[in-house]
Ligand binder design. Structure first.
Ligand code: NAI
Length: 451
């Protein structure tokens, strides 16, 4: 689905008109391309701590132009600010204002990334207040970013060091065009698990992934993105979508498996297919999902039950099969297995007409946080991604005015693309995201309403 308003707003005339009429000015977002630089321009590190030094070292290792200061006429591509040693709200001032002083010198699609320790893990009220303060400041700053810029945070759990692979993985994701539609969000890094790839353009090299609901929409984008990142992909969808499924599988030199995921033995059938074709299974993406919207007063059992069955019960059942299988939990694997599931901002904020859908997607968020402990024994991870308004066939059917309102009501004033969701999933599926588990990460351009 094309967003003609955004296209127009990015022409010379469009820019003039939208400015003079005070209309939203959605920027053309910087999206990931394997051949493009990670960021184009200097990256300024703010903060004086061992962590800020380590952050600078990591980024220098990637060949970035890392600075402590900017010249008066220079423009930064990103600002990374370390607040990890903060112990009272009064201490926020100097570094927050240093970040503020850089905001007028940012390029388009710039990144501001704050790094701090988990507020919940501070017993002292002043320390917890200071850490929560960084969170609040980051969220508000995300609303203030312009020209496609975003602000996000990385939360270090316990006394985790910025040398952990999971930290570098999260930092790189947030700096890159992969996180184009992620803003006002926080990525927790909680363990030293994970590994950095030899080649950052193919982080999934040698891995085998299954994607459900891969025949179209977001699922097809996920399958293509995982393939681009080096994985072999098993594309799953219902038999009725067989033709489209085959087309996707052919395009990515993968294999197609026609399967209704609500079948009792769906997990076992995926495992058998993976064993026969690849001899392994490393990544599971639970993408297939349906909506059957009705106000609760008019809801019937068929609408309620089908949504719960496809969107959450099937995932719980398949996960039991995967977790019990040697194929998915290979003892000799150097990187643990990955599960990434599709939630929705409806599952966080709720949505009129979607009690069934929101129940299923909140269920996904609960399932993910509870399953995390089970995967830890194998250094595996499970996370969810909650998309906001994404330009798909589903959202193209929303009536024009409602669609325009829903599409613009986020900090980036535009809908996301299926690729934006896919990039976030590819990151969470990667070895470098090994320190992050049990998380639900929103890909919503920082929705202005709801959660
Ligand atoms: P879509 O309707 O375009 O594609 C879903 C795919 O899943 C279809 O190919 C369908 O055949 C397949 N599928 C449905 N039931 C199945 C079953 N029982 N077994 C196997 N495959 C099945 O949906 P879209 O928009 O691509 O969404 C993908 C996921 O993202 C869903 O989980 C959805 O809830 C979620 N999502 C989408 C948003 C959006 O804006 N499009 C926003 C938030 C979440």
């Amino acid at each position: 689905m094309r967003d003609t308003y955004t296209e127009f707003a990015n022409t010379g005339l469009g820019r003039k008109l939208t400015t003079s009429l005070g209309l939203p000015q959605p920027a053309k977002l910087r999206r990931y391309r394997p051949d493009a630089p990670l960021v184009e321009g200097p990256v300024v590190v703010v903060g004086e701590s061992a962590t800020s030094d380590r952050i600078a070292e990591v980024m220098l290792g990637w060949g970035l132009d890392v600075r402590r200061h900017l010249g008066p006429r220079e423009k930064a591509a990103a600002v990374v600010a370390a607040f990890d040693t903060i112990s009272s709200p009064a201490q926020l001032s100097a570094d927050v204002l240093a970040v503020g002083g850089l905001l007028k010198q940012l390029r388009s699609s710039a990144r501001v990334i704050t790094v701090f320790r988990d507020p919940q893990q501070a017993e002292d009220p002043g320390v917890r207040a200071a850490r929560k303060g960084v969170e609040g400041m980051t969220r508000s700053l995300a609303h203030e970013m312009r020209a496609g810029g975003t602000a996000n945070g990385i939360v270090l759990q316990n006394d985790l060091d910025a040398a952990a692979p999971g930290f570098a993985g999260a930092l790189r994701f947030l700096l890159s065009g992969r996180s184009a539609f992620v803003s006002g969000q926080f990525i927790s890094v909680g363990s030293v698990n994970g590994a950095l790839p030899e080649d950052w353009s193919t982080p999934l090299q040698g891995q085998v992934a299954v994607v459900t609901g891969a025949a179209r929409g977001i699922g097809a984008a996920i399958a293509k993105t995982l393939r681009r990142d080096g994985a072999e992909v098993i594309a799953v969808d219902i038999p009725a979508a067989g033709e489209h499924l085959a087309a996707v599988a052919n395009e990515i030199s993968g294999t197609a498996l026609q399967l209704d995921i609500t079948a009792e033995d769906a997990g076992e059938r995926i495992l058998t297919h993976a064993e026969q074709h690849y001899g392994r299974l490393d990544i599971v993406v639970h993408n297939a999902g349906i909506t059957r919207d009705k106000l609760l007063a008019n809801m019937d059992a068929s609408r309620w039950d089908s949504v719960i069955a496809v969107n959450i019960e099937s995932q719980l059942r398949m996960n039991r099969a995967f977790l019990a299988s040697e194929l998915f939990n290979r003892a000799e694997a150097t990187v643990g297995p990955r599960i990434v599931s599709l939630a929705s901002t409806s599952g966080i904020a709720g949505n009129r007409g979607q009690t069934n859908y929101a129940a299923s997607k909140s269920g996904v968020i609960g399932m993910v946080s509870a399953t995390s402990a089970q995967l830890q024994a194998r250094h595996g991870t499970i996370n969810a991604v909650a998309p906001g308004f994404i330009e798909t066939e589903m959202t193209a059917k929303i009536p024009l005015v409602t669609r325009e309102v829903a599409r613009r009501l986020n900090s980036l004033n535009q809908g996301g693309l299926p690729e934006d969701v896919a990039e976030t999933i590819a990151f969470l599926a990667s070895p470098a995201a090994g320190g992050t588990s049990g998380l639900t990460l929103r890909v919503c351009g920082q929705n202005l309403v709801g959660a």
